[in-house]
Ligand binder design. Structure first.
Ligand SMILES: Nc1ncnc2c1ncn2[C@@H]1O[C@H](COP(=O)(O)OP(=O)(O)O)[C@@H](O)[C@H]1O
Ligand SMILES: [Mg+2]
Length: 241
């Protein structure tokens, strides 16, 4: 469904993503981990159209998308959340999710339909009783759920989540993990999930891809990744935050 082949993205002399291959099938939850600066967010940005890769191909459901604009790629079925939650603080919870529906995969959607879709997603993540509140009133956990609802409102095939676990308590993280698993089970949406801390996604993913200094150094089931020497080295070899 999503096939990334030989993708390279440079910033000046720095090779942020170096000849990376990724394949994700419908309904899979794939983890993307690696130390700070490994290239995880840049890879997301390349796939979602923020950057054009210098090399490589990206296919979504058979169509080439490398170099396409972010809004075009969103229309084709990739929704995302951001490392720093990009909710619009002064608008309401419901309005934020309506935006997701309007810029999603359905073209020419009217306000009323967008509102219905938004309400359904808010119910799915458990924020339906907060729809009229200003986003700035929400705590971190609820903002993450709001971002998830907004991504779902786009009716995507894929959701990319970037460090959605950061800033959460272990209990909140468990709950968010369950929501993501529910997204897969109930909606058959594939998830590509970046986390800096690897423990967070060990239990929830089918497969984990590890980046280090732009390159893919491992790809395996979570249990094997935990024991992988190269991966352990990569995490030991950097000064982490
Ligand atoms: N817009 C940019 N301009 C220049 N360098 C960048 C830019 N974005 C990321 N980088 C660099 O690319 C590398 C990979 O960054 P990033 O993809 O954010 O890593 P990660 O998300 O794995 O922490 C880092 O060295 C970072 O400093
Ligand atoms: Mg990042």
């Amino acid at each position: 469904m999503l096939r990334v082949e030989g993708v390279t993205k440079k910033f000046g002399g720095l090779v942020a993503v170096d000849d990376v291959d990724v394949e994700i099938e419908k309904g899979e939850i794939v983890g993307l981990i690696g130390p700070n600066g490994a290239g995880k967010t840049t890879l997301f940005n390349v796939i979602s159209g923020v950057y054009t890769p210098e090399k490589g191909t990206i296919e979504l459901n058979g169509d080439p998308i490398a170099g396409h604009k972010p809004h075009e790629i969103a229309r084709k079925g990739i929704a995302r959340t951001f490392q720093t939650a990009r909710t619009f603080g002064e608008s309401s919870v419901l309005e934020n999710v309506i935006v997701g529906a309007i810029f999603g995969t359905s073209e020419n959607i009217d306000q009323e339909a967008a509102r219905d879709i938004a309400r359904t997603q808010l119910e799915f993540v458990g924020l339906d009783d907060r729809e009229g509140e200003e986003v700035s009133n929400l705590n971190i956990m609820d903002r993450k759920l709001l971002e998830l609802a907004r991504a779902l409102a786009a009716d995507p095939d894929f959701i990319f989540v970037d460090e959605i676990g950061s800033g959460l308590t272990p209990t909140e993280l468990d709950s968010l993990t369950q929501s993501l698993q529910q997204v897969r089970t109930d909606r058959n949406i594939s998830i590509l999930w970046i986390e800096h801390i690897m423990d967070a996604i060990m239990t929830a993913t089918d497969r984990i891809i590890v980046l280090n200094q732009g390159s893919k150094i491992a790809e395996d089931v979570p249990e094997s990744i935990r024991e992988n020497q190269k991966v352990q080295q990569a995490y030991l070899g950097v000064d982490d935050e």
